[in-house]
Design a protein around this ligand. Structure first.
Ligand code: ATP
Length: 252
């Protein structure tokens, strides 16, 4: 068995006649912070969708924690331990941040107990306490009872991240976690992710355009260009890779 938590091999994905991913290989080791970079339209979001089971590849295989998950739908992959966030936060804007957290914590507790993820009208004290603790960890206590739709963009993104963490994923996938954030919020988000990583217990896969964020967090980087992985290596290897500089980093 391989030592990787996630291993995708030979992934092809087409939308109609457009081939968006071409023979993509990507491996994520336990504890790794793996960042996928590449120009707009290179296929990063599509790769995330394929790995999280939102869409299925035309060819290739995906193994997670030693199990072939290629044909598993998204909800089953969440159950297996793959959590993710999206480019624009997917949260319940009509609920408060606290209620959003209760939903996330309760869904996880029910999954752990092998129950269907339905929600109780009155969450238990344990669920409420855990929700409050995670909100505190993510500096959201002050806005816990506010209207979620009125939160700042940075707070909404942090709330979504907190909800993903509540599922205790083994692999956390973040699609442009700092997109659209003000520089101060961006820095806060990087520190938060860094703190989570240092606590340990999971691997991270993220896409990001901001090179300060990329090189601040990554232990490994893969570069996508026109749907192909053109390089994969340590941050130092990627920084000094001539092809990568030519197609991507050189444009910064
Ligand atoms: P960005 O950095 O701008 O988010 P990306 O690297 O995430 O870009 P994708 O969103 O994966 O790139 O898109 C890759 C290519 O696939 C683009 O040319 C896009 O237009 C195309 N594409 C994505 N989704 C679909 C779809 N559902 N149907 C048709 N084409 C699609």
């Amino acid at each position: 068995m391989s030592n990787f938590l996630l291993e995708a091999r030979g992934i092809d994905k087409s939308y109609g006649r457009i081939q968006v991913l071409k023979n993509v290989d990507i491996s994520i080791a336990p504890g790794e912070a793996h960042v996928v970079i590449g120009p707009n339209g290179a296929g990063k979001t599509t790769l995330f969708k394929v790995l999280s089971g939102e869409v299925f590849p035309n060819n290739g295989s995906i193994t997670f924690a030693g199990k072939d998950v290629t044909a598993d739908p998204g909800w089953q992959r969440v159950r297996s331990g793959i959590g993710r966030t999206f480019q624009s936060a997917r949260i319940f804007s009509e609920l408060t941040p606290f209620e959003n957290m209760v939903v996330a914590v309760e869904a996880h507790e029910r999954v752990v107990k092998g129950k269907r993820p339905l929600f109780a009208l009155r969450p238990t004290k344990a669920v409420r306490d855990t929700a409050a603790e995670i909100l505190e960890d993510f500096a959201l206590t002050k806005v816990a009872k506010a209207e979620t739709k009125s939160l700042s963009h940075g707070d909404k993104k942090r709330l979504e991240l907190a909800m993903a963490v509540a599922g205790r994923p083994q692999l956390l996938m973040l699609d442009e976690p700092t997109a659209g954030m003000a520089p101060g919020d961006r820095q806060k988000c990087v520190e938060l992710i860094d703190r989570l990583l240092k606590k340990g217990g999971f691997s991270l896969l993220l896409t990001e355009h901001d090179m300060a964020v990329v090189f601040g967090l990554a232990t490994r980087i893969s570069v996508l260009n026109y749907g192909q992985v053109i390089a994969s290596g340590t941050p130092e290897e990627i920084r000094s890779n001539a092809r990568v500089r030519e197609v991507y980093l050189g444009h910064d």
